[in-house]
Design a protein around this ligand. Structure first.
Ligand code: MLT
Length: 232
């Protein structure tokens, strides 16, 4: 079994997703917030490409969640902060969600054999899942508008290190991600504070989201796409 890493959606055409498990990674904050939502009892997330699509689903009982450029869109119930999903009355609710990068990657991954959600919050659960599935794995970094970002690549490196005894790693982007994680692992939150998205959060006054999203393995589940929905 092989472990590969896609550092940006712009590189997706260079990879073959079929018959592989694709782990969509958007640490700040889509995949982190989705895990928080499931821990708060959300029954499913329905990723949509446009905010208008979420509003249509609101008519049939969905809760709406929309973020663009790091900010919650007006007129939507939730944004993309993990705190939007923490201890909120979301039990058994269905959430129609659209974010700048993360939900787009879920749609881009449809050729995959299966699509799962990776975040630092469920890191060990994702590693265990990949070992048990015994299938080639692609870590798919959402990045920022097709640009490379540090936080998603750090996760890919952390996961690859956990799987290095079970998977062949001949992919330079994975090897680079592992080295990056080695450099940052002693103080992940501190390291990430220099990332462009973290600086965007500071300008928006939401840097507390960074520390929350950088917690390790606080959830022991792996959300996955079934049809058009993310479920546990
Ligand atoms: C994304 O989906 O692009 C990110 O999570 C954006 C954000 O939440 O700031």
């Amino acid at each position: 079994m092989y472990f590969e890493t896609i550092l940006s959606p712009a590189l997706l055409p260079q990879y073959n997703l079929s018959r592989k498990t694709v782990i969509v990674i958007d640490i700040l904050r889509a995949t982190s917030s989705i895990c928080v939502g499931f821990n708060s009892g959300v029954s499913l997330f329905h990723p949509v490409a446009n905010p208008e699509d979420a509003l249509v689903l609101e008519q049939v009982g969905f809760i709406t969640a929309a973020e663009r450029n790091g900010q919650k869109l007006q007129g939507f119930t939730l944004g993309n902060s993990p705190f939007d999903y923490l201890n909120t009355d979301l039990n058994q609710k269905k959430v129609a969600i659209t974010t700048t990068n993360g939900t787009r990657c879920l749609h881009l991954s449809r050729e995959a054999d299966e699509i799962i959600i990776g975040s630092f919050l469920n890191l060990n659960a994702v590693a265990k899942y990949c070992k048990e599935k015994n299938r080639d794995v692609i870590a798919f970094c959402a990045g920022w508008k097709d640009k490379f970002n540090l936080e998603d690549t750090l996760f890919a490196g952390a996961l690859a290190q956990l799987l290095s005894k079970d998977f062949k790693i001949e992919c330079d982007s994975t090897l680079a991600a592992m080295d990056l994680f080695d450099k940052a692992k002693s103080d992940l939150s501190g390291y990430i504070k220099k990332a462009s998205h973290a600086q965007r959060f500071e300008r928006l006054g939401i840097e507390k989201d960074i520390d929350f999203c950088m917690q390790l393995s606080i959830y022991d589940f792996v959300p996955k796409m079934v049809g058009e929905n993310l479920v546990l």
